[in-house]
Design a protein around this ligand. Structure first.
Ligand SMILES: Cc1cc2nc3c(=O)[nH]c(=O)nc-3n(C[C@H](O)[C@H](O)[C@H](O)COP(=O)(O)OP(=O)(O)OC[C@H]3O[C@@H](n4cnc5c(N)ncnc54)[C@H](O)[C@@H]3O)c2cc1C
Length: 490
């Protein structure tokens, strides 16, 4: 059995690890247009020395991440718990800190806002909703869109008030506008606007509070390096600098790939790039229109000395709604931006020389902006001034700064420059999203990644890789006892 993969993102890496663990005889070739594996899981390397994560920084669902790595035979990835999880500094001076311990957090919320009870109710209710969501929505594939209409699927959605927006749903638990913002803004972790994203994605802040925020020792990018090394040891072939041009379809079946004019024949093909961009490659298919996720301006800093920051800090406007309206509806730069600051040097001295630090700033932004366009609006200076106001002296400590814009993301192959795949909307969720088998009329063609069910985010893309491998096993009859009926009744 020979399988060809298009793209070496974490979806591919995890699927290939699972496949080679379960079926060592399988021959896998991975085509990647860049010079390295990992996709968005990458590092920024400074000329003056030092590295920092380019994309993912926050490890959510650590239990799931470790469980999945173990299943794929990759041991020894060390995770560190971050406590407190992070703090939010609103422009009006209000500070909300999220403690790692749930009881400590309830006490802190009671002291600051008198809403400890609301917090407990939120945690209790979301714990039940989460269990249902994992089994009904996250850990299952769909065969047909109408499966979502089955009473066993609709009833829990109604019970969870899944159609309310993530922000408005929190009015059921919290009176404070700060708590509503603090427990709904994480929908932006997957590029969603908390004021329009359905509350089912509001389970992210619950899970984050329940299991904590963790850090991969050596940086999140080192996970991709570990996965790559393990695959090389298992005999998987990587072909870098090779952009796939076409997926060959013959008589309703994927037969191979055309790469730089050359034909490669495979028994199965897996697509790991962004949808709908992958659809351009599939013979006979036309790309569909999707809603892209939010964009981000990223500033990476090599810093002389240390900075007075925790690992994660969010500088927030006093009202998040105008910011979200600017970037998602008006396509305009926000008057009062939010800035997420990541300071891994606080817990990891392997990233740079002992006396220095590396810091990254992520700023939610409309898509379609390049550096010139930001500079024309003075936006980068505005962001730097905001950081300076918060951390006096910061600018004088900068040894080197690198910039990544939504236009860079688009050039890399992220759909319309959104950082996180397609947006988490109802019409782009669960059975309505591209599945591990993207086309009912094409056999042996599969898909995995942030724009494929279940969702973006490293551990969840890895869950998608598990769904993909299960589906391949079922369809190719590698494994007894895995049937359509079983999946459908799950
Ligand atoms: C700024 C930022 C912050 C993030 N923060 C977090 C976070 O804190 N926590 C978290 O869990 N997640 C986070 N994410 C999301 C996470 O990075 C993604 O969900 C995940 O890495 C996507 O993996 P993927 O499998 O979809 O592959 P991708 O990373 O999309 O990789 C796909 C690969 O396919 C290659 N490719 C595309 N087309 C072709 C072609 N034609 N031929 C050959 N190769 C091709 C690309 O070069 C790329 O390497 C963040 C993302 C960004 C951008």
């Amino acid at each position: 059995m020979k399988i060809g993969f298009v793209g070496a993102g974490v979806g591919t890496l995890h699927a290939a690890l699972l496949l080679t663990k379960r079926y060592p005889e399988i021959e896998i070739t991975i085509f990647e247009k860049e010079t390295r594996a990992g996709g968005r899981l990458a590092s920024v390397d400074f000329e003056s020395g030092g590295r920092i994560d380019q994309g993912p920084t926050i490890v959510l669902m650590p239990g799931k991440l470790q469980e999945q790595l173990k299943e794929a035979g990759l041991e020894g990835v060390e995770l560190k718990r971050i406590d407190p999880l992070y703090d939010l500094h609103f422009d009006d001076g209000t500070v909300v800190t999220k403690q790692a311990d749930v009881v400590d957090q309830a006490i802190a919320i009671e002291r600051q806002f008198g809403e400890g009870r609301g917090f407990q109710e939120f945690m209790n209710q979301k714990s039940k909703d989460y269990d249902v969501s994992v089994s009904k929505f996250l850990e299952r594939s769909y065969f047909r869109k109408r499966e979502l209409l089955h009473p066993s699927m609709l009833a829990p959605l109604v019970k969870m008030h899944a159609m309310e927006t993530a922000h408005d749903h929190l009015k059921r638990f919290f009176k404070s506008k700060y708590l509503r913002m603090a427990y709904s803004f994480p929908t932006f972790y997957i590029g969603g606007n908390p004021y329009t994203t359905p509350s089912i994605y509001g389970l992210i802040p619950y899970r984050e509070q329940e299991e904590g925020v963790w850090y991969v020792k050596g940086g999140y990018f080192s996970l991709a390096e570990r996965m790559y090394e393990a695959l090389i040891e298992r005999g998987v072939q990587f072909k870098f600098n090779q952009s796939v041009e076409r997926v060959m379809i013959r008589e309703g079946q994927a037969k191979g790939l055309i790469v730089e004019g050359q034909e490669y024949h495979y028994d199965s093909v897996v697509l790991n790039g962004e949808f709908p961009l992958m659809e351009y490659l599939v013979e006979g298919k036309l790309p569909k229109k999707y809603v892209p996720s939010g964009g981000t301006l990223l500033l990476y800093f090599k810093i002389h000395g240390k900075v007075d920051l925790p690992v994660h800090r969010f500088l927030m406007p006093s009202d998040l709604k105008p910011l979200m309206t600017s970037i998602f509806q008006k396509d305009e730069l926000p008057e009062h931006p939010a800035v997420y600051l990541f300071n891994p040097s606080k817990v990891d001295d392997s990233l740079t020389e002992a006396d220095d630090s590396v810091v990254y700033a992520l700023v939610p932004s409309p898509r379609g902006y390049d550096q010139e366009k930001y500079e024309a609006h003075g936006f980068i200076d505005q962001v730097l001034a905001k950081i300076e106001q918060h951390l006096p002296g910061f600018q004088s400590q900068i040894a080197e700064m690198k910039i990544r814009t939504p236009q860079d993301a688009q050039d890399f192959g992220l759909y319309e420059g959104g950082s996180f795949g397609i947006a988490p909307t109802i019409r782009q969720s669960a059975a309505l999203k591209t599945q591990a088998k993207p086309y009912a009329d094409i056999e042996r063609l599969y898909a995995v990644g942030a724009s494929v069910h279940p969702c973006g985010g490293v551990p969840i893309v890895m869950m998608g890789a598990t769904l993909l491998v299960n589906r391949m096993e079922q369809e190719m009859r590698w494994k007894n006892g895995y049937s359509d009926e079983r999946i459908r009744s799950m």
